[in-house]
Design a protein. Structure first.
Length: 149
């Protein structure tokens, strides 16, 4: 009888060891991460929106550089961005989203002198060569402000 008790005891130890081992394994399903992270920017009313690569791809985010162009209407060289990059606030405020680093987007105030076809001619805004978002602007605004939640 002592011999059978040893076998039972040994089988129980093996079962407990297997259960403990299984408990320490990582789950087969990947951990779901949020598609965007929104962080406050110290000293600013705006927030920093960081997207995952998959989220940026799904939104179809596209950017172009702010450029300087001699405008026929004013005869001066002025900063221009695509009109698609402009977003308006409820009280007429105007903004654009810049892309200071990959997958990071920050809303910036702009002042528009006038609209010329598909260009917004700026008197104030990001410096030349700054990347601005042309596709996905409304989605970034909704993500930053929580609109649509």
């Amino acid at each position: 009888m002592k011999r059978s008790n040893r076998w039972i005891f040994l089988v129980l130890i093996i079962i407990v060891a297997l259960l403990l081992y299984r408990r320490t394994q990582t789950p087969d399903t990947p951990v779901k991460s949020e598609p965007a992270k929104v962080e406050s920017i110290p000293g600013s009313n705006f927030k920093r929106v960081t997207l995952t690569a998959k989220a940026a791809s799904r939104l179809g985010i596209q950017t172009v550089s702010v450029r300087e162009e001699k405008m026929l209407r004013s005869g001066r060289v002025q900063r221009v961005i695509p009109y698609a990059s402009v977003i308006y606030g409820l009280h007429g405020e105007t903004w654009t989203y810049t892309n200071p680093e990959p997958l990071v987007f920050v809303r910036n105030s702009i002042t528009i002198d006038y609209i010329d076809a598909d260009l917004a001619v700026l008197t104030e805004g990001p410096p030349p060569e700054t990347l601005v978002v042309t596709v996905g602007v409304a989605e970034l605004y909704g993500t930053e402000t929580g609109v649509g939640k």
